[in-house]
Write a protein of this length. Structure first.
Length: 222
């Protein structure tokens, strides 16, 4: 039987609390066009499918929707704003680094699979010195597909020289639970992120509230 020794993490709402800066960037964009600024809780409900969906939902919620070409232009503008506001309030969740370093020391291979574009993902990883802990990260624009398409995580595993039979998926949203199911990987759901109720409805294998519970959850699946 293949030993599970690979942990695949989502980023936003899983490793980092990033909603305040995503909200700030979206608010700046919408305000510049005279639109209503959605509050933090509203923006949290829009997170999880990458920057394009976030911007699309932001515009749909505050007035007329965008054409495909308009959406491309607004996403570009949003990413420019966000690049200047990546770590205003964004921070690692409590005990995150301690637990990750412990898992790495125990021999687990740690990977990141996020729908966030890869450029801000790498910048955030560097800012919080996560590149020293994780072997590889892929974003929502790293391939032609993204979560919940199983190819997103399976391509990452393949490029890392490991298989689905070795992996556990850890995230906070419905796409994390679904990509795990679609790829035949067990899943752990964090409730401290975004979209918890929709994710719970997809029956993740284990549900936890904080990083202090993660090692026990992993041991139950490994």
């Amino acid at each position: 039987m293949t030993k599970r020794n690979v942990l695949v993490f989502d980023l936003d709402g899983t490793l980092i609390e990033s909603a305040p800066d995503l909200a700030l960037s979206l608010q700046i964009l919408l305000k510049s066009e005279g639109r209503r600024e959605p509050d933090l809780m509203e923006v949290k409900s829009m997170i999880g499918d990458g920057a394009t969906k976030l911007v699309e939902r932001g515009y749909a919620a505050t007035g007329s929707a965008l054409s495909e070409q308009e959406l491309k232009e607004k996403v570009k503008k949003f990413l420019e704003i966000y690049s200047d506001n990546l770590i205003v309030e964004t921070h690692l969740y409590d005990n995150c680094r301690t637990v990750l370093e412990s898992l790495k020391a125990q021999g687990w291979k740690l990977l990141i699979c996020t729908n966030k574009p890869i450029a801000p993902t790498i910048e955030i990883m560097n800012e919080f010195n996560l590149h020293n802990i994780f072997d590889k990260a892929v974003g929502g624009d790293s391939y032609s597909v993204k979560k919940p398409d199983p190819a997103h995580v399976l391509n990452l595993l393949n490029e890392s020289g490991v298989s689905a039979a070795q992996a556990i998926m850890i995230g906070d949203g419905v796409n994390d639970v679904l990509v795990a199911k679609n790829a035949g990987i067990p899943s752990i759901l964090f409730t401290h992120g975004y979209g918890t109720e929709a994710a719970k409805a997809q029956n993740p294998d284990v549900i936890i509230d904080a990083f202090s519970e993660l090692e026990d959850a992993i041991n139950r699946l490994a």
